[in-house]
Structures are given as C-alpha cells and as structure tokens.
Design a protein around this ligand. Structure first.
Ligand code: 5RP
Length: 228
C-alpha cells in the first residue's frame, strides 16, 4: 500500500519553490540582499541564480546559506560591512496574522535576527502550513550561552513551558538551543522582550520586533501576498 505522507511532502516542496521564486520580485538587480536560512530559502537562492543582472552581493544568516550563495557566484559580505539592506528574505516555522513569527527551527535564529534588523523590509516566504492563529505550537527555539542553559530551562518551566535541549547542536556562534514546547504565546512582543533580557539568552526565536513586512504564502491556489 502506498503511504499518504509522500504526496503531501512533495506538494509542500513545490509550494516552497513557488514562494522562493516569487520573492525575486522584491530583489532589485545590483543590490545587496539579506538572505535567511532553511529549505525555503534554499529555493530562493536557486531562483536568485536566474535574476537578470544578478545581485551585487548578499549578507547571509548562516554558513549553510553562505556556501549556497557562493556556489551560484554571489559575493557574501559581512553584516558589519553593511549599514542597511532594502530587503531580507527568510522563511519561518510559524507566522501569525500580524506578521509575528517563530524562527530558529534550523538553529540560525541569532544571525537571522541580526540580518533582519539591518533590513528595511522582511519578506517572509513560507508554505501555507506555517500560518497559525497563535504562535507556540511549534516549539520555541532559544539560543543560550551553554553555562546558562539549565537556569533558563527552569525559567521556562515556571512559565509552563517544557524546554528540551537540542542534542548535539552547537550553533554557528558556539551557543546551545533550547526548544520550548507547550507555550501559548498570546503576546509575542511581550514574551520576546521578557525572554530576551534573561541572562544567558543569546536570542529568542520570537520575531515580533523584527516581524515580517510581507509574507508570500504558498497555498493550493498559488502565492498569497500578506502585508502587515
Ligand atoms: C532557520 C529558520 C527557518 O527559516 C525555519 O526553520 C523554516 O525553515 P524551512 O524553510 O526549512 O521550513 O528559522 O533557523
């Protein structure tokens, strides 16, 4: 008997490809573009190789995206060499109707937030499964300084969360990741502000302050553009 899981996975891949290509419309030839991390962004990078005129360069949020960008001949600049970017293109693990997101499923949240903060516009590219009414079903990734992991885990437990250390993962910055299950994030901005000031937190995976300006959502009917 054939498994029903395969067609669903294939169609999700197709939606990622569609939104990756749609994001090209937000990139000006000759500009420097901010580039996120993940399988949807990989589709965007593939599409970027076809942009007439190409880009002058990119600021990348991970070693993985940097390698892919270099492979298609895009020069990668340090974030410190750039004062601002017109646009940052990235995926999300969840996005709500106001453009707030959970990010960090791929572990690149800290650099993603740094590059997003340089950009005037955050264009989120996501398949339709990522749109949620309330953030928190996807476990919240939080990058922490290793010596503070247990202390921060206890704080999350007091908030009703179930933090799980992402085994064997060391981020590009030498940090560890806690994935916090069971949080109902009613006020993303308030929770981001609270968690971000706990000692030892490097980055909280809630992107409310750096929320999306636009989301290109891949749906069965095509690419839906949401503006926030
Ligand atoms: C990586 C991220 C990604 O944007 C997020 O995990 C979505 O990934 P994908 O496009 O593979 O579904 O935040 O840290």
């Amino acid at each position: 008997m054939s498994s029903p899981a395969k067609p669903a996975a294939a169609s999700q891949a197709e939606l990622k490809r569609l939104v990756g290509e749609a994001a090209l419309a937000y990139v000006q030839a000759g500009s420097i573009v901010g580039v996120g991390t993940g399988s949807t962004v990989n589709c965007f990078i593939d599409a970027l190789a076809t942009l007439p005129g190409g880009v002058a360069g990119a600021v990348s949020s991970s070693e993985a995206s940097t390698a892919r960008l270099r492979a298609i001949g895009v020069p990668v600049l340090e974030a410190s060499a750039v004062e601002k970017l017109a646009v940052y293109i990235d995926g999300a693990d969840e996005i709500d109707a106001s453009g707030c997101m959970i990010k960090g499923g791929g572990g690149a949240l800290t650099r993603e937030k740094i590059v997003a903060d340089l950009a005037e516009r955050f264009v989120c590219i996501a398949d339709g499964s990522k749109l949620v009414e309330q953030l928190g079903r996807f476990p919240l990734p939080v990058e922490v300084v290793p010596m503070a992991a247990a202390q921060i885990a206890r704080r999350f437990a007091k908030l009703g969360g179930r933090p799980v250390l992402r085994e064997g993962v060391v981020t590009d910055n030498g940090g560890h990741i806690l994935d916090v299950h069971g949080l109902a994030i009613a006020d993303p901005a308030a929770m981001e502000a609270e968690v971000s000031q706990w000692p030892g937190v490097v980055c909280c995976g809630i992107f409310a302050r750096n929320r999306a300006s636009i989301c290109l959502l891949g749906t069965a009917e095509g690419v839906r553009t949401m503006r926030f």
